[in-house]
Design a protein around this ligand. Structure first.
Ligand code: LMR
Length: 331
């Protein structure tokens, strides 16, 4: 080949790579979730989008799909493994297919409050759990709080026998199923997107959720009673697929992680505030009667539900449960 031809070839190659760099499409992150935008998770996802698109302008875009618009509970993690969505933050009760260990968060009356949950998540076991699904192709990027769960129903629930024979919608966790069976109730696993209609049509009698979910999805409008039970926690894990995460250039991965860490701090702050504010809005609406159980009544729920821990001790690991109990005490 003549020198001229070689030079032309080289120049064409350089032009092509330059064109590629100039025209390179930004990386798109689709973030799918099931709750409304005015919730801790909804707000966290929007903050994440804002931070990423400011800090990585032109390089990464984030599209947030709230309220199960893109994928509901049953599909999102499969879709992530197929590369159809890059990020999601399912409740910790929704990873059963991928690891049994995360069901630790569902054990009734395990954590005394959200500070205990935070201490556990930041500790050794919490960090290990973020990596517990890597062999299944999922990477945990961080935890996000929502808050403590309350029990809502179409009839008043003061003591465990009030729940007998009633149907409660639960997330897809066997621990949650066992928790309701422990009080002779009937658990029904259903996606979040169906809960309102199930309650409205009285296909089910009740459900468990946080104040912000009960408020934002209007469950309080179709449930006459809400028992302030604080019997369990509803938190999230922000996840991505290992394939997508490993495909990111390391500088971009670092920036995305940093934006997420900041968005989580922001979301956690909203979670703490909403737990108070949304409860108050429900009280003010007078659509639902809030039941404040006595310490003795609460103890009856604890006595009835706590045996569930033992049933799941092998699957979850006694050492993990002990670490959670230890997180209830400030060192
Ligand atoms: C539920 O299904 O009740 C919750 O997990 C919804 C959510 O994501 O907060």
């Amino acid at each position: 080949m003549s020198l001229n031809k070689k030079l032309i070839g080289l120049a064409t190659g350089i032009m092509c790579s330059l064109t590629f760099v100039v025209n390179a499409e930004p990386i798109e992150i689709k973030f799918s979730h099931v709750v409304a935008e005015n919730t801790p998770k909804g707000q966290m996802a929007l903050k994440f989008k804002e931070l990423v698109e400011n800090n990585l302008s032109g390089k990464v875009t984030v599209k947030v799909f709230p309220s199960s618009q893109l994928f509901g509970d049953n599909k999102v993690l499969e879709a992530m493994q197929l590369g159809d969505v890059q990020m999601a933050a399912p409740a910790l009760s929704k990873f059963k297919k991928y690891t049994k260990k995360l069901q630790i968060f569902d054990l009734p009356f395990l954590f005394t409050d959200m500070d205990s949950v935070e201490r556990f998540q930041k500790g050794e076991v919490g960090i290990k759990l973020l990596r517990s699904m890597e062999r299944k192709g999922l990477v945990g990027l961080g935890y996000l709080h929502n808050g403590m769960k309350q029990l809502s129903a179409s009839s008043p629930l003061k003591v465990p026998s009030d729940a007998k024979g009633k149907k409660f919608r639960i997330m897809s966790s066997d621990v949650l199923a066992a928790q309701f069976m422990a009080v002779d109730a009937m658990p029904v696993k259903k996606p979040f997107s169906e809960v309102f209609t199930l309650l409205q049509t009285k296909a089910i009698d009740g459900q468990e959720n946080t104040w912000s979910n009960i408020y934002s999805k209007k469950f309080f409008e179709v449930q006459d009673y809400i028992t302030e039970s604080n019997h369990g926690v509803l938190d999230y894990m922000v996840v991505t697929s290992k394939e997508f995460w490993d495909s990111l250039p390391s500088d971009i991965r670092g920036e995305v992680s940093e934006a997420l860490a900041q968005a989580i701090v922001y979301g956690n702050d909203i979670a703490a505030k909403k737990a108070q504010q949304d409860k108050q809005k429900i009280i003010d609406s007078k659509r639902s009667i809030i039941i404040n159980i006595t310490a003795e009544q609460r103890q009856l729920w604890v006595n009835a539900m706590k045996p569930v821990w033992k049933k799941f001790e092998k699957k979850i690991g006694k050492d993990y449960i002990d670490a959670a109990i230890a997180a209830n005490t400030v060192n």
